[in-house]
Design a protein around this ligand. Structure first.
Ligand SMILES: [Zn+2]
Length: 152
């Protein structure tokens, strides 16, 4: 698969395609900007969309479209200019220009799969395949995991 970013590549990941580091990233390094379409219509949600901000879904384009969840995640989203565009709810175009970045939460070696915490609510939780020692068992936010344990 074609990579659109010199520092990461897309390959076979934890679940389907995944994003892999091509170089080493130190903790807190900004890996790249998450580009994509930001929209407010929940009917347009796909398996690739993320809850970007209150009421907004973001559908990233490649390569970060393919970020997988891991309970032992090594990356997170950073809203470097979030306060800028969140303050202007009328300007969808301005929101579309992004400001969302992927950054490393620990040192990442070349070849490692880049993962984030999907933080899904319990109602959307699916069984987790991340294989981490601290795996929650489900792709679900830490705050919501109690709801799953109670209902199973
Ligand atoms: Zn897991």
């Amino acid at each position: 698969m074609r990579s659109e970013c010199a520092t990461v590549s897309v390959g076979k990941g934890i679940a389907g395609s995944g994003v892999f580091a091509k170089i080493a990233f130190p903790a807190a390094a900004v890996i790249g900007q998450i580009r994509g379409d930001l929209f407010q219509d929940e009917r347009l949600e796909t398996e690739y969309t993320f809850q970007a901000a209150e009421g907004y879904q973001l559908e990233p384009i490649a390569p970060f479209r393919f970020l997988n969840h891991s309970c032992d995640f090594n990356c997170e989203f950073d809203w470097l200019t979030a306060s800028h565009w969140k303050g202007d709810p009328e300007s969808v175009e301005e929101k579309s220009c992004g400001g969302l970045y992927l950054s490393a939460v620990r040192n990442i070696s070349p070849g490692e799969e880049l993962t984030i915490d999907y933080n899904w609510p319990a109602e959307f939780a699916i069984k987790c395949q991340c294989g981490a020692e601290n795996c929650r068992g489900y792709v679900v936010s830490m705050d919501e995991i109690g709801k799953i344990n109670r209902s199973s």
